[in-house]
Design a protein around this ligand. Sequence first.
Ligand code: GTP
Ligand code: SPV
Ligand code: MN
Length: 594
Amino acid sequence: MTQNKAVLNWIDEMTAMTKPDKIVWIDGSEEQLEALRAEACSTGEMIKLNQEKLPGCYYHRTAVNDVARVEDRTFICTPTKEEAGPTNNWVEPSEMYDRLNKLYDGAMKGRTCYVLPYSMGPVGSPFAKYGIELTDSIYVVLNMNIMTRIGNKVLEALGDSPDFIKGLHAKKDIDAENRYIVHFPQDNAIYSINSGYGGNVLLGKKCFALRIASHLGREEGWMAEHMLILGIEYPNGETKYLAAAFPSACGKTNLAMLIPPEIYRKKGYKVWTVGDDIAWIRIGKDGRLYACNPEYGFFGVAPGTNEKSNPNALASTRKNSIFTNVVMTADGGVWWEGLDKNPPRGVLNWKGEPWDPDDGTPGAHPNSRFTAPAINCPCISPEFENPDGVPLSAIIFGGRRAKTAPLVYQARDWDHGVFVGSAMASETTAAAAGAVGVVRRDPMAMIPFCGYNMGDYWQHWIDMGKKISHQPAIFNVNWFRLDEDGHFIWPGFGDNFRVLLWIMARAEGKIDAVETPIGFIPKPEDIDLEGLDYDICDGHKFTIEDLKGILKVETPYWLEDLENLKEFYAKFEEGKVPKELKDEIEALEKRLKG
Ligand code: GTP
Ligand code: SPV
Ligand code: MN
């Protein structure tokens, strides 16, 4: 426990409001966690899986109305609406506190309130920030134990300091109408009520490490980004790092754990995973950008994960993991669409109903997830716990675009790169409640996660560029171009390594490229296609002609997209979109019409 007055007073205040029967401090010990697992199994909240096949693994189903982040119920309650900006939901803070106080009144009656101290970033490192989550869910405690560093060591590191992020989570009635995910950046506070699903309730993740942290980063001169971090080890033993921002369910976990094609493995190339979802980025003493993964585990999309697409992710889930909303088999195993081609029979679907694979419904929810310890990952980077992070040579933006965006292009310079990030758009996925497959603007993959006005966020990016002596090169990728029949053209997954090598060669100024109105694209012969001689689909093999097709800049689509981007910029208050970005959009239009 702790003598920290700020912590104790806040807990008194919150528990006086929520009125739990019991308060239990989570110390992080294996004995206490094991007792909680047993308790959750005794009430049916969790199910122990087959311990021979999946040692230390558990299963959980959320309510059927509670299976994804809820962006329309997520609020950034800054003192003024302008501080939250046009892309966030906003309610005046005192009005929101009134609403919440009513909802939380007695919300934990008959329940236990767990006090969960956690750290984002290695405890005691320059990156680390501490939080305490009060929650009435054992599922949350057990997931946070995988996703973050928890327990007494965090309280010790915090000492008497009042500098911690306050998080209050109550499951209440899982009532979708009264679900709230609320952030008060000025108070370092997060409130979550009426949900029990991942991103809504594991408050260290999107709520703290992105929404609150992006606000802190702006004030303190660093950045919190929705980015994976990976290292490429070259045959000479050197390792270079990059970070990449893709929207939810657009391939971060897959890219972070990529296994290079055989021809490269034979030469001695290797990819190391530093992070798969969030990067905190600071300026190092040498003037370069350094990135650290504040998380301790992976909360990954299950469907589509298999021995071929992402063997490292699959291996990470084989012990001490939690599976949410997947299929549970009769012998206590798990299954999801895309795991293999043999759907099991006599099983229960994500809703807990007997499921027949032939009935046309998915067995696992499309946003079903695994929670796996990062240390389980066979390719976890030796730098994973480096308190100073890893130096970035390149930053990649990307999205899911059937048309428009080419496979890869490089921005002209930092400011143009920030523009490219601001111009990101992607088809929506099952990671958030709402329609799937609709193109929406998603600058830097941060539209659901930026804790302040996105115009100010862009300015922060521009300003950071001015403060660093070595700016990483900035790129945009799109693995998701479709042909007329709706098939992916680019093979993707491990073969994305071919594009990463071009990116790194460009970042180091080692090869030429073709200048186009949108930036630099590869000479087709500079993307090595050796070994890409397998069937992608229906007997089709990827050819240099296909490559040329997906590298083409389709001017009419770009001009159309520019109009859409202008409308998006126009949503911002006068003067909020940085002048640098306005200059970039004008220059791009000129070059395209050139
Ligand atoms: P969040 O955890 O929601 O932030 O998602 P993420 O960005 O980590 O996405 P993830 O790697 O889990 O991939 C999501 C989906 O995209 C899965 O169904 C993958 O199979 C698919 N996917 C990932 N990489 C590729 C790729 O290179 N090509 C294609 N076609 N699909 C991919
Ligand atoms: C995402 O949606 O980007 C995720 C999953 O990584 S969640 O934790 O639900 O936000
Ligand atoms: Mn994510």
